[in-house]
Design a protein around this ligand. Structure first.
Ligand code: GDP
Length: 325
């Protein structure tokens, strides 16, 4: 990318021009110092126009039907005059289960829909880097008039929590399971899921999916008994056939109503605060890694630790002392 005319790029984004949006997202994904400066300027310009979207995170294990469901939900929404952005957070950029998150070929209808914009996960190394770029891409899409942004991520580990930290509502997709397996998914998702959908509720699996949804809903009601908190509703849907997708969307909207204007504003403000510190930690770690003094001693320190000659506390002191020099 040559020198960036930030004002012109911002205008293009605001006018909703696809080429400008693509270019702007490429800019925020770039790790080059001059691009980072231009990206900051662009975001400062666009931020007043952003914030208007319903931000939804979507996760679930590979194969659960995320792409298929996003295709169905996205198409449902563009059919109702929404403009839908699809982003993805995949820190490993591994082709999970033969898929790339946010892969356009797996959302073939939505990919050619003029009212949708799909962008695959940036492949920028760390989760922090990917999260920053995705969150900034969301700002760009909102400034371009996209009023729904769906952020896809895999249902394992930290990336889910990261995405939960940048959306208003988190949709967790799961499959019909037996009681034992149900216990397993309950713990991790309780913290972040706002809406749960048992996908692939079609053909012979409808009944099984309904039983799972009922069991899970019952378990959740018990966990939330006596609280005023939002109790995540559990639905069934079929991304493939498009059934239950309207209900999924209505529950997303109901969750927003539950939050209310003030609750949503507070949630987003808290997210910004958390995200700020995450960015700072990330940058500091990056600087630590690149620091010449640290690089000069890290191999020795590593060896001494592995040989049992150096304890962790002392080793940490040495690395930090090298960084301070
Ligand atoms: P992802 O890895 O979570 O994005 O899952 P995909 O959307 O790629 O779906 C994985 C496989 O499950 C594909 O073969 C889909 O056709 C299939 N699939 C997805 N959703 C459904 C559904 O609702 N019903 C059925 N029967 N199959 C589905």
């Amino acid at each position: 990318m040559a020198a960036v005319d930030v004002a012109a790029l911002a205008d293009g984004v605001r006018e909703g021009r696809r080429a400008s949006i693509s270019r702007a997202i490429t800019l925020v994904e770039s790790r080059r110092a001059d691009h980072r400066a231009a990206a900051r300027e662009l975001l400062t310009t666009l931020t007043p126009d952003a914030g208007g979207a319903v931000r939804v995170g979507i996760s679930g294990v590979p194969g659960v039907g995320k792409s298929t469901t996003i295709e169905a939900l996205g198409t449902y929404l563009t059919g109702r005059d929404h403009k839908v952005g699809v982003l993805a957070v995949d820190p490993s950029s591994v082709r999970t289960g033969g898929s790339v998150l946010g892969d356009k070929t797996r959302m073939s209808t939505l990919a050619i829909d003029p009212n949708s914009f799909i962008r695959p996960s940036p492949s920028a190394g760390t989760l922090g880097g990917v999260a920053r770029a995705t969150s900034q891409a969301m700002t760009i899409l909102e400034a371009a008039g996209y009023d729904v942004v769906l952020v896809e991520t895999v249902g394992v580990g930290q990336s889910e929590i990261t995405v939960a930290g940048m959306v208003d509502t988190f949709l967790f997709l799961t499959l019909a399971r037996t009681g034992d397996q149900l216990q397993g998914i309950k713990k991790g998702i309780l913290e972040i899921a706002d809406v749960i959908a048992v996908n692939k509720a079609d053909g012979e699996r409808v009944r099984e999916a309904e039983v799972t949804a009922k069991d899970l809903a019952g378990a959740l009601r018990m966990v939330y008994a006596g609280t005023q908190d939002w109790v995540p509703p559990v639905l069934t849907c079929s991304g493939l056939e498009g059934t239950g997708i309207d209900t999924v969307w209505s529950r997303v909207l109901r969750h927003r109503e539950f939050l209310g204007h003030r609750g949503l504003a507070e949630k987003r403000a808290q997210q910004q605060l958390d995200f700020t510190w995450a960015l700072v930690r990330d940058e500091l770690e990056d600087r630590l890694r690149r620091h010449e003094g640290v690089r000069a001693v890290r191999a020795d320190v590593r060896e001494e630790i592995l040989e049992g000659r150096l304890g962790a506390a002392e080793a940490a002191d040495r690395l930090l002392a090298a960084y301070d020099d």
